[in-house]
Every structure is written in structure tokens, then in C-alpha cells.
Design a binder for this molecule. Structure first.
Ligand code: ADP
Ligand code: MG
Length: 450
């Protein structure tokens, strides 16, 4: 039986013949087969926009192609898959395979895009950046371990690669591993009765980069092995840098011993990028002078894509690919259209409708001027949901809600963001409304077959 990876490679071979080259390169080239189970074939792609595009435009072709290869009907799912997880094995640490002679081999395992120079510094990540450069230049001397946490897509892996590259280029023995790779290789080592060899690979390191430690939080044996590795490296003054999606105290099921070790050095967070940082990141993208028109487009994208840097980059890649394929320059109208998915087009009015129904109010009241408490609250919930669920800009939301200005919407949105943290009832109400909205989205999607 072929693996999902092999099946997908064959499918790509066939798809390449069936669609044009530009489409193939933009949407399919960086995809991979992840699993094939229970009549569901999962394909990994680099970002959410590619996943959406493929599900909308190429679904039936992909489905048919796969069904032909596998010999039975199959459903296809496109999921976002982080390519960094597939990078070099930790066992291929620098200096060990090449005796330290080839600096190329040493640097090869780091993503050439993930450098300090390419990392845009703003208020949201300044501390993490400063700590990262410090440990890369003076490993084992200041913060050990350095623990960096943030939600997904905010630049943790980028910083680890940047540290690794800088340290390796000054001749240090460096290894990068994700917690997932570490686990897989550890499990394999147990099977093959080579646990000592596995541990040995880490023994002589001067710097260990350990990505996404939350992944091993519930894996007892792997944790034990990690703790061992951590302790011996730390005793040797080797620098350890760890990332996670939350601070050590919030990682569940961690022994107090390991938790306190993770807090020995410095714990820093990266916050979601503020508007200025998002704009700077986008400004670094186009390889041409930024005209006032282009600046307007960048600002619009920066305003709409506010969750994390990966989403921001995905949106930009999607927009530029679209411009290239269609031959049309990006305009604010096109950006608005492309960054608002089909299901979202129904959203604005359906969010107003759903909230109105929930509070038993006529929808016109939410758009209107009345300011009694119930109406104001419902209106602010609409603002909040349009932002959180559908990514509308504050200006767009204002337009939808009876031409209110940007500041009013921002105020309403922030009010709910603050309130939701302290008001359990409001939190529950909003969760219920969200569920209703999402069930509308799903049925709309079915209806329009997207
Ligand atoms: P995480 O590991 O936190 O999930 P990544 O390091 O994979 O996030 O970052 C996601 C994407 O965003 C990468 O392409 C990365 O280069 C980019 N990125 C993140 N933060 C920045 C930044 N401050 N400047 C430039 N690019 C960034
Ligand atoms: Mg990462």
C-alpha cells in the first residue's frame, strides 16, 4: 500500500498535466499528502488562502484524480500544514555529519528566509527579538533557558532559525528540533533499542533550539527524556531556547520540576502584531517602490489581517498571486472582495440578523440611533463579531451599522473585548451567538457548494 505522500505525488504528476503551469505553481507545488484514512484524504498546504482556493476551485478535479489512483471514492480535505515541521532531522546536527568543515552544511538546515535581518521588530516582539539576538551572540551566558511563547504564526520558529543560523555561522554546534520530531525520533529509538544513541546526539551540543514544547506536554516518557537532555545541556552551560504556545505555567500536565526549570532563565512573549508592525511587515514585501496607491493597499491589508503574521503573509501571497494570474492591478475593491470569502459575504447581514433575533430586537434598531442599554449592547456585540468572526475593518463595520465612524466602532469593539474577560454571562451569550452564526455559515456553504 502506498503512503499518502506517494499517492499525492502521483496525483500531482497528473494534475500538473491537467491545469496550467501558473496555477499549478501557485496553488499546488508546495502541497503534500498527509494522510489517507476512512475515505478522507488530507492534503497539507502552506496557508489558509491556498486551502480555500483549492477547496473552491479545484476540489472536484483533485477528488477525481485521487479516486482514480486509489481506486475508490474519496473525500479531500485541504489543511494548513507548517512546512518547518518537515525540516531537517535533529539528528543531523551541525558539525557532526561533516566534522565541522563545511559551513554550508551547517547552515543548510535553517530556513534562509528566517533571519534576524528579515524579522520586523515592533512593540509586540521587541523583547523577544532582543533576547534572541543576545543568546545567539552570547550563548549560555545570560538567559538560560530562553523561553519564547505566543499564539500561532507570530514568529517563534522564525526567531529560532535566526538564532540557529547566527550561532552556527560562528562555528557553534547547534541543533533545531520541533517537539514533534523529537517525539517521533525518540519513539523510533525505543523501538530499535537505541535510546542511548538518541540521547548521545544531543550531548555535545552548544545550543539547542526546541520548538513547540507544548506538543510533548502529555507524553510522559518523552518528557522524561527531554528533562534528561535539558539537565545535561544546562549543566554544561549549553544554551537552550524553547518555544511554546503559552507560558510554562499554563502548559498542562507538566511536572513542577520541569516547569520550574523552564522558568529558570527568561520567559518572554510575542504579542499579536500591532497595526504599525503589520504595515512594516507588508512594506518589506513588494520588490518595487511603494507608490501612494500601493501604500493604500498595504494599509488596507494590514487593517484587515490582524490576527498573526502568518495570516498576513498568506493574504499578501494570495493577493499577489491573484494579481499576477488575472493580470489586473490590485485595487481596494479587489482586495476587499478577495479577503472576504464567499460565506462572509452573507455575514454582515446575517450577523446583524442573528444578534437581533437573539436579543429579540428588530434588526433596524441595531443599525439605527437609539441608545438604550439593550440595543447598545447588542450593537456592540455585532461590532465585535464582525471583527472577530469575519475580519471586517472598523470602517466597513461602521458603514454597515448606519454609517458610524471608525472611532465609535473601535470603542464598541474594545468594550466587548474587555467585558468578555470579566463577564461570564456575556461570554456565554456571545458563544451561543457565534454557534448560531457558524451554523448559518455552514449551511450557506453547502447551499452554494463552496
Ligand atoms: P510561529 O512559529 O510563532 O507559529 P512562524 O515563525 O512560523 O510563527 O512565523 C509565521 C510566518 O510569519 C513566517 O513566514 C515568518 O517569517 C513570518 N513572521 C513572523 N513574525 C515576523 C516578523 N516580526 N517579521 C517578519 N516576518 C515575520
Ligand atoms: Mg512555529
Amino acid at each position: 500500500m502506498e503512503s499518502a505522500k506517494e499517492i499525492w505525488e502521483r496525483a500531482l504528476g497528473e494534475l500538473q498535466i491537467q491545469i496550467n503551469k501558473a496555477n499549478y505553481t501557485t496553488w499546488l507545488r508546495n502541497s503534500q499528502g498527509i494522510s489517507c484514512q476512512d475515505a478522507i484524504f488530507v492534503v497539507g498546504v502552506p496557508n489558509i488562502f491556498i486551502a480555500e482556493w483549492l477547496s473552491k476551485r479545484l476540489y472536484s478535479l483533485v477528488e477525481k484524480t485521487l479516486a482514480n489512483i486509489i481506486g475508490k471514492d474519496i473525500n479531500v480535505q485541504f489543511v494548513v500544514h507548517n512546512q518547518d515541521q518537515l525540516q531537517a532531522s535533529p539528528l543531523a546536527t551541525s558539525n557532526q555529519t561533516d566534522g565541522g568543515t563545511s559551513s554550508k552544511a551547517r547552515l543548510d538546515k535553517f530556513n534562509p528566509r528566517y533571519t534576524f535581518d528579515n524579522f520586523v521588530v515592533g512593540d509586540c516582539n521587541r523583547l523577544a527579538y532582543a533576547a534572541a539576538t543576545e543568546v545567539a551572540e552570547n550563548p549560555g551566558r545570560t538567559y538560560n533557558p530562553l523561553f519564547i511563547h505566543s499564539s500561532a504564526g507570530q514568529g517563534k520558529t522564525h526567531l529560532l532559525h535566526a538564532i540557529g543560523r547566527r550561532a552556527a555561522s560562528s562555528g557553534l554546534r547547534v541543533a533545531y528540533t520541533s517537539a514533534e520530531q523529537f517525539t517521533n525520533e525518540f519513539v523510533l529509538a525505543i523501538k530499535r533499542k537505541q535510546v542511548e544513541d538518541f540521547r548521545g546526539k544531543f550531548r555535545n551540543l552548544q545550543l539547542l533550539l526546541f520548538d513547540d514544547i507544548q506538543f510533548i506536554a502529555n507524553k510522559k516518557q518523552t518528557l522524561q527524556c527531554f528533562l534528561h537532555t535539558f539537565s545535561s545541556l544546562h549543566n554544561n552551560n549549553s544554551q537552550i531556547i524553547i518555544t511554546a504556545d503559552c507560558p510554562p505555567k499554563d502548559i498542562p500536565l507538566l511536572s513542577s520540576k520541569l516547569r520550574s526549570r523552564l522558568e529558570w532563565g527568561l520567559v518572554v512573549s510575542i504579542q499579536p502584531p500591532d497595526f504599525e508592525t503589520r504595515l512594516s511587515i507588508l512594506r518589506a514585501k513588494p520588490r518595487r517602490t511603494i507608490t501612494p496607491e500601493l501604500e493604500g493597499i498595504l494599509r488596507l491589508v494590514a487593517e484587515k489581517m490582524h490576527e498573526n503574521v502568518r495570516q498576513l503573509e498568506g493574504a499578501w501571497a494570495y493577493l499577489t498571486a491573484h494579481a499576477k494570474l488575472s493580470g489586473a492591478e490590485l485595487t481596494p475593491q479587489i482586495v476587499n472582495k478577495l479577503l472576504t470569502t464567499t460565506s462572509n459575504n452573507q455575514d454582515k447581514s446575517s450577523i446583524v440578523q442573528t444578534v437581533a433575533q437573539y436579543f429579540d430586537l428588530p434588526a433596524e434598531e441595531l443599525v439605527g440611533r437609539k441608545r438604550d442599554r439593550r440595543i447598545s449592547l447588542a450593537r456592540q456585540i455585532v461590532m465585535y463579531l464582525m471583527r472577530e468572526e469575519s475580519n471586517y475593518s472598523f470602517t466597513e463595520i461602521g458603514k454597515e451599522l448606519g454609517n458610524r465612524n471608525h472611532a465609535t466602532i473601535l470603542h464598541g469593539y474594545k468594550n466587548i473585548v474587555n467585558e468578555i474577560n470579566v463577564n461570564r454571562k456575556l461570554y456565554d451569550q456571545i458563544s451561543e451567538i457565534k454557534e448560531q452564526i457558524n451554523s448559518i455559515k455552514v449551511s450557506a456553504r453547502k447551499h452554494y457548494n463552496v
